[in-house]
Ligand binder design. Structure first.
Ligand code: GDP
Ligand code: IMO
Ligand code: MG
Length: 436
């Protein structure tokens, strides 16, 4: 039963899209299991950059079914735009949407903005895609599922209740006005329902008949461990289960069926949004990495905060996800930095700690302790690609030492090393779908 999960080990944007695209070449099914249009996953194929918010990153392989899993929250307009974008560029999406996924409604966007303002210093700096309010409705059992959107009468009934309720909250609690009438929302979303209906399928049957036939399934996570609703640095994360456990609940695949869990690790830290990041840099090295790597949010365009790699975070990620392998990205971006630091532990109130604190207040007070590594030279895009074709041993010796140290420290083998954004810029040391 070859089933593999890909999740982010840090604060998001590690390069999950690229890793999924890489492994998807050997997969039969790709399932995105969490999040919504807050995600931005980049895949570079034949020199062209594709950015996916909701559609799984295996979509460019037309023979492979890509599933929007039950754990996701779908902004239907965004999804239709993504489908149309693919059709325009000559790709017919082989897509199936879970009828159990939830629908992001227009009032969720208004609430997302209003709640952020009310939270003040505890705001996460959300993507304003309605994610938190949609998952909140799901948990409160007020949510609207895709199956309900597809049933006009049921949708109308639920919308009637929700429209009244949300209007009162938006007005009464937040002093704002929700401008769309119930009829307007109904008509708009009924149109979306018609467009999406052909893609809504019994994804549970698709997944489990594939498992019965021993097909290969790749589960794609969005966001990352430090943003997880349970394990992340609450309240500065997102509202879904971004970790490997979320792959099970968000797809309907039991944990016993999963063979591999790959943690994607960017070889430095980046963060978009607010909250403490102990290894954050505000100096010329951060600017160098941000400019060189184009470190600006895929979804919102915000400049990403940059810092040294934090092994306390990666080790914690290994614990809560049970990684079987690590996929490193952006070795090329870090090249040219003369001395590279990696945080091996923190001190908290003068005491050494290797554990992740539960409280963001404690996390704020954690001071990183670093080990220094000699950097490696930038060899340019072409040469990085040539190195990728030769394999791990062709990497600069200093880079090999850096990656080996990380892998040994956290006790997880290296599966992939990325030295550029394309499939060809990737060294695959272990193919997760090869039988043991
Ligand atoms: P995701 O959200 O985890 O899928 O990551 P994003 O797509 O938001 O951000 C990752 C960015 O890094 C994208 O622009 C990728 O094309 C790029 N990328 C991924 N791996 C590498 C790599 O090894 N080297 C370089 N230079 N870019 C990479
Ligand atoms: P991918 O899948 C990086 C961050 C936001 C904010 C917090 C909550 O591309 O790695 P939300 O809109 O989810 O309520 O925002 O989480 N965030 C991400 N940061 N990459 C992402 O996705 C993110 N999705 C959400 O910046 O701090
Ligand atoms: Mg991203």
């Amino acid at each position: 039963m070859p089933i593999a999960v890909v999740v982010g080990a840090q604060w998001g944007d590690e390069g999950k899209g690229k890793i999924v695209d890489c492994y998807a070449s050997q997969a039969d099914l790709v399932v995105r299991f969490n999040g919504g249009a807050n995600a931005g996953h980049t895949v570079v194929f034949e020199g062209k950059k594709y950015k996916f918010n909701l559609i799984p990153s295996g979509i460019l392989y037309s023979q492979k079914t890509n599933i929007i899993g039950n754990g996701m929250v779908i902004d239907p307009k965004k999804l239709i735009d993504e489908i149309d974008g693919l059709l325009k560029s000559g790709h017919t999406p082989n897509l199936a949407i879970s009828p159990r996924a939830h629908v992001v409604m227009p009032y969720h966007f208004v609430l997302d903005g209003a709640e952020e303002i009310r939270k003040g210093g505890l705001a996460a700096g959300t993507t304003k895609r309605g994610i938190g309010p949609c998952y909140a409705d799901k948990a409160a059992r007020f949510g609207i599922r895709v199956s309900e959107l597809m049933d006009a009468q049921l949708f109308r009934e639920k919308l009637h209740t929700m429209h009244q309720l949300e209007c009162r909250i938006i007005e009464g609690v937040y002093g704002q006005v929700f401008k769309q009438t119930e009829d307007e929302v109904f008509l708009q979303y009924s149109d979306y329902a018609k467009r999406l209906a052909p893609y809504v399928k019994d994804t549970n049957e698709i997944i489990h008949s594939a498992i019965a036939k021993n097909k290969r399934i790749l589960l794609e996570g969005a966001q990352a461990t430090m943003l997880d609703i349970d394990h992340g640095m609450y309240p500065f994360g997102t509202s879904s289960s971004t970790t490997a456990g979320g792959a099970c609940t968000g797809s309907g695949i039991g944990p016993t069926a999963i063979d591999e869990v790959v943690g994607v690790v960017k070889v430095y830290t980046s963060r978009v949004g607010s909250g403490p990041v102990p290894t954050e840099l505000n100096d010329s090295i951060a600017n160098y990495i941000r400019d060189k790597g184009g470190e600006y949010g895929t979804t919102t365009g915000r400049p990403r905060r940059i810092g040294w790699l934090d092994l306390v975070t990666v080790r914690y990620s290994v614990q809560v996800n049970g990684f079987t392998g690590l996929a490193f990205t952006r070795l090329d971006t870090l090249s040219g930095v003369e001395k590279i630091k990696v945080c091996t532990h923190y001190t908290l109130d003068g005491k050494k700690t290797e554990s992740m604190p539960a409280s963001h207040k404690d996390f704020e007070r954690c001071k990183p302790v670093y080990k220094e590594f000699k950097g490696w030279k930038d060899v340019g895009e072409k040469e990085w690609r040539a190195i990728a074709s030769k394999g791990f041993k062709a990497l600069p010796k200093e880079a090999q030492a850096y990656l080996t140290f990380i892998s040994k420290t956290v006790g997880v083998p290296i599966y992939i090393v990325g030295v550029g954004p394309g499939r060809e810029d990737t060294i695959v040391l272990k193919d997760v779908f090869k039988r043991k």
